[in-house]
Design a protein around this ligand. Structure first.
Ligand code: COA
Ligand code: ZN
Length: 322
């Protein structure tokens, strides 16, 4: 008899949720003017100082494709690594794996898209070729003692092809499981995820690749990123990516905008009774620093409004009088 997916249980209140900060990778990659390496390091360190422990710090990609992240090795060499830090970077190919193997990394996030057109745009090769190259990529990383999170981009829809069937996501997840990935990460590259597509993709993976840990990576392009997190929690998922201030967006996907915002996600999780290990005030401070370095207001909301119980002086607020 074929293995059946384990029944889904919601994440219980009080559980620890892993928040993986991806602003330094997903956020910075689409910034036009080069952010000096020291400022990147300063932001990563401020984020760690707020209590965040998981961070995707950079990418080992072609510097011609993504000039902003050409300093990957220097950034990784420069950041503080607090106790419990788990540092990752994005890798699309064997050349990237070789570069990653020379750095202090806990894991690598490999990337392949669930849709053919986005894979061609993003890594200039068909899906089958990406997956074939992953054999050598996984080998190289295993030899270096580096873990692997198997990334699937456009997992909830493609800006070029439209619907991405959940069975396709399940098939790639199974391939990742066979290759020996520690987890699979579903990337919502252009904010096409909805509660229903999230539930379908999670269930397809549990069916196709039982036991494989699932991570979720949402963009807030259509304003439902945090609603998708609630669906993930209801389906038992305990790992979410987010970017400081709501930075983010793939330069190789039409219509891409920011990730869900880390401050907003941490606020939601804490107010829902989950543990994150993050000091929200300190995280807002890291967001303000990022905003200052980037030089424009970022889309996050808690960065503007502050924590729920922030108090205002009544004497400084106008009174409506007849
Ligand atoms: N790091 C640095 N340089 C790399 C590299 C890597 N991981 N992979 C390839 N290169 C270099 C090659 O050495 C070669 O350099 P040369 O022309 O000086 O000899 C050049 O890039 C072209 O190599 P090739 O293997 O032909 O790559 P390509 O042109 O087909 O591009 C990728 C493929 C994957 C390298 C490129 O599409 C890419 O970097 N994509 C990443 C996109 C991304 O980051 N998207 C956002 C995240 S989802
Ligand atoms: Zn993303």
């Amino acid at each position: 008899m074929a293995a059946t997916a384990a029944p889904t249980a919601p994440v219980p209140e009080g559980a620890h949720i892993t928040v993986c900060e991806v602003g330094p990778r997903d956020g910075f990659q689409s910034e036009k003017s080069f952010i000096p390496t020291e400022r990147k390091i300063e932001i990563a360190n401020a984020l760690f100082a707020s209590g965040l422990r998981h961070m995707q710090v950079t990418s080992f990609v072609s510097p011609r494709a993504v000039p902003q992240l050409a300093d990957a090795e220097q950034v990784l060499a420069g950041i503080d690594r607090p106790e419990g830090a788990f540092v990752t970077a994005l890798v699309p190919n064997l050349r990237g794996a070789e570069r990653a193997a020379g750095c202090a990394l806990d894991a690598v996030h490999t990337v392949v898209s669930a849709s053919e057109t986005h894979n061609l745009k993003n890594v200039n090769r068909p899906i089958a070729q990406s997956l074939a190259e992953f054999e050598a990529v996984f080998d190289r990383l295993r030899k270096a003692g580096i873990g692997i999170e198997g990334g699937i981009a456009t997992a909830f829809g493609c800006p070029f092809e439209g619907v991405v069937p959940s069975e396709q996501v399940g098939r790639i997840a199974k391939r990742y499981q066979d290759l020996g990935a520690d987890s699979v990460s579903l990337g919502d590259t252009t904010g096409m995820a909805t509660p229903l597509t999230v539930r379908a993709a999670i269930r397809a993976i549990r069916e196709a690749a039982p036991g494989l840990e699932i991570h979720l990576h949402f963009h807030n392009t259509r304003g439902v990123g945090l609603a998708c997190v609630m669906t993930g929690l209801a389906e038992g998922v305990t790992h979410y990516d987010a970017a400081v201030g709501g930075l983010g967006g793939c330069p190789f996907a039409a219509g891409a905008t920011g990730n869900i915002c880390t401050e907003d996600l941490v606020y939601l999780l804490q107010e829902s009774g989950y543990a994150t290990g993050v000091d929200l005030e300190a995280l807002i401070g890291a967001g303000l620093l990022t905003q200052q370095v980037i030089g424009r207001p970022l889309p996050g909301q808690v960065i503007k409004a502050g924590p729920r119980l922030k108090r205002y002086d009544p004497a400084l607020t106008a009174t409506a009088a007849g």
